[in-house]
Design a protein around this ligand. Structure first.
Ligand SMILES: Nc1ncnc2c1ncn2[C@@H]1O[C@H](COP(=O)(O)OP(=O)(O)O)[C@@H](O)[C@H]1O
Ligand SMILES: Nc1ccn([C@@H]2O[C@H](COP(=O)(O)OP(=O)(O)O)[C@@H](O)[C@H]2O)c(=O)n1
Length: 220
């Protein structure tokens, strides 16, 4: 079973995708970390003319050892990630790794922006996670504060809005909900309730698929 989880910044995608991975015993990939690692690799060249070329080179040579989550979580790296993510050649360079992960034997759960539309359009279940901007900002603020970082909520709100806008306008697709994705709004749900809702969607979708495989009934 392949489960695709997409949605905007701090909507709770990763929390739900990793929870689904644990629940169904599936390996989980946070694809945002790949873009963040490329962004981090070119952090020093953000203002230089060859930013794009450097980002492409970094994506082509990205190694699993570069995926160090502890160095990739800041707002600054998130913003850089969304800047390298608009470069088509960067997306192409990261495609095969994500595609191989999605199609591995036994299935997988992936979260990102284009999992249900580009990486695994054939996914068995697609979830699009949403939450209003203020809740997403507050969740991210608490995440940073839990790590002992001071947070300017006003600046954080604008950083998230700016990144969402860049993502939505990404010339390589724009990150919209797949037509066949289930929308899950977590604004009013805590983590446990959101995970229960996600599991109910997955179970319901898989039961529906199994039902549609049964021989059609014919009335005598
Ligand atoms: N439904 C929820 N209610 C409250 N906090 C949540 C919820 N879902 C996630 N969080 C918290 O919000 C923060 C961002 O969640 P995360 O899963 O990393 O989002 P994303 O992967 O979409 O960026 C984390 O600290 C997480 O624990
Ligand atoms: N599949 C993906 C995942 C992330 N990204 C980009 O990488 C950035 C960081 O993604 P992320 O998932 O780590 O960010 P959060 O939603 O966790 O804040 C996003 O804003 C996108 O620009 C992407 O283009 N495609």
């Amino acid at each position: 079973m392949i489960i695709a989880v997409d949605g905007p910044a701090a909507s709770g995608k990763g929390t739900l995708a990793s929870g689904l991975g644990r629940h169904y015993g599936l390996p989980y990939l946070d694809t945002g970390l790949l873009y963040r690692a490329v962004g981090r690799a070119v952090e020093a060249y953000e203002a230089s003319d060859d930013f794009e070329q450097r980002a492409i080179a970094a994506a082509l040579t990205l190694d699993e050892a570069d995926i160090e989550p502890e160095y990739l979580q800041s707002s600054k790296i998130g913003s850089l990630a969304s800047k390298v993510a608009v470069i088509g050649a960067v997306r192409s360079a990261l495609f095969d790794y994500q595609r191989d992960f999605a199609t591995q034997e036994g299935g997988a759960v992936l979260d990102g922006r284009d999992i249900g539309t580009k990486i695994a359009p054939e996914a068995d279940v697609k979830l699009f996670i949403q939450a209003d901007s203020k809740s997403r900002m507050e969740r991210r603020a608490r995440q940073f504060e839990a790590r002992g970082q001071a947070v300017d909520r006003y600046a954080l709100y604008h950083q998230i809005e700016e990144r969402d806008a860049r993502d939505m306008l990404n010339p390589n697709g724009g990150f919209y909900k797949a037509d066949d994705a289930h929308l899950l709004d977590t604004t009013l749900l805590d983590i446990e309730a959101a995970l229960r809702a996600a599991i109910a969607i997955v179970d319901g979708t898989m039961a529906g698929k199994a039902g549609s495989l049964e021989a059609p009934r014919k009335k005598l």
